[in-house]
Design a protein around this ligand. Structure first.
Ligand SMILES: [Zn+2]
Length: 379
């Protein structure tokens, strides 16, 4: 039997079928947790869609959300496939995918609340130190880190998150999106299913990028931004929380928000525009980390940014150590500039008394040395 997606969501029988319960209404036994109280409510909302909401395990949504849990599906698409298989239906899409809501006021409110929750909770602060090595109150305030305690985004998914809320800002400090990283607590796996993502973009952090028609959940940018490192070293790492940990240790650090493998040219150019003296690629010593390190060094090198790598499993050098290392390199270069000046002077002397057949060669050598010196002072 062929059925429109809009019909599927408005049909009570299919929702009951997926949930495996025999009646709608209040006080239904929830199939997704050990429910002795009848915590589940099944009801039809104003738009005609049949929905469910459990007050015990705090999960809910439409038939699609029910199928994600019931069939252990990876997402909406996978859930529709599973419904087709289990209920013997062929489902076709007759409505456009839901456009994410742009609601920056709500995003701001959530970021502010989660930030206050983190600062108020000794427990959450201890967890942040234990798991992410971030201890500085000033760092937490500067980046407005937040804590979520089993919070969910019901409009978006039925998953509940415990972990960190990151207000991702653009280079002007404006909030552009909100990212959530989950965290395990007391050795307990927080994930409802093993397909649950480790991080996601909170739905209210969406916005319409300049020139685009549709809002985006996520935002491919660098956060924390690389700006402000001018003349000094910049540390580039694969995750925002790792970068914040490095900032907390006094470094300038940045990370791509769309994941390790999303470093498009505009982000590389933004690093270049921030004028670091050198970029240190901070990587995990595993095959994925090493591959990212090699890729980054290649891309940064292609635009002429001097770079080297730091293994994240070792001790990260202090800002003073990095500075000393950079100064040593700069001194080495300065010595070679002095050597170049001496060589230029020597060539000029030789040119004065050089035989005619030697003069063009010496002149060319002189010009080359002058170019080397100019390049040094420009760079
Ligand atoms: Zn439940």
């Amino acid at each position: 039997m062929s059925l429109a997606l809009s019909e599927l969501k408005r049909n009570k029988a299919y929702l009951l079928g997926v949930l495996g319960v025999d009646k709608a209404g209040q006080h239904v036994k929830c199939p997704f947790h050990d429910d002795t109280h009848g915590s589940l409510a099944i009801f039809q909302s104003e738009d005609g869609v049949w929905r469910w909401k459990c007050h015990g395990c705090d999960q809910g949504g439409s038939v699609i959300d029910a199928a994600i849990l019931a069939y252990n599906a990876k997402g909406a698409k996978d859930a529709v496939r599973a419904i087709e298989g289990n209920l013997g239906l062929k489902i076709f899409r007759d409505e456009a995918p839901a456009v994410p809501v742009i609601d920056m006021a709500r995003a701001e409110a959530a970021v502010t609340r989660a930030h206050a929750d983190l600062l108020d909770s000794f427990d959450a602060m201890a967890l942040l130190e234990e798991k992410r090595n971030i201890t500085g109150i000033e760092t937490i305030k500067r980046f407005r880190l937040g804590y979520l305690d089993n919070a969910s985004f019901p409009e978006y998914s039925s998953w509940s998150f415990t972990g960190w809320m990151l207000p991702v800002t653009d280079k002007h400090g404006r909030l552009v999106a909100v990212k959530v990283h989950s965290e395990s607590r007391h050795g307990k796996d927080w994930r409802a299913t093993k397909n649950m993502p480790k991080c996601l973009w909170a739905p209210f952090g969406t916005h319409v990028p300049p020139g685009a028609k549709k809002p985006l959940h996520g935002w491919s940018t660098l956060w924390p931004g690389p700006e402000g490192c001018e003349g000094g070293p910049l540390l580039l790492t694969g995750g925002e929380l790792k970068a914040i940990r490095l900032c907390d240790a006094g470094h300038h650090a940045t990370a791509p928000t769309a994941g390790e493998n999303k470093m498009p040219p505009h982000l590389i150019n933004r690093i270049k525009a921030a004028k670091p003296s050198e970029v240190f690629v901070v990587f995990d010593a595993d095959p994925a980390g090493e591959s990212w390190r090699d890729k980054m060094i290649k891309h940064l090198g292609q635009v002429g940014i001097p770079c080297s790598a730091i293994d994240l499993t070792g001790n990260i050098p202090s800002p003073a150590d990095l500075d000393a290392e950079w100064k040593t390199a700069a001194t080495r270069e300065l010595q070679s500039a002095e050597e170049t000046i001496i060589e230029i002077e020597r060539t000029e002397e030789m040119l004065k008394s050089a035989p005619e057949n030697m003069a063009p060669k010496l002149a060319a050598q002189h010009a080359k040395l002058v170019r080397t010196l100019e390049a040094f002072y420009e760079g």
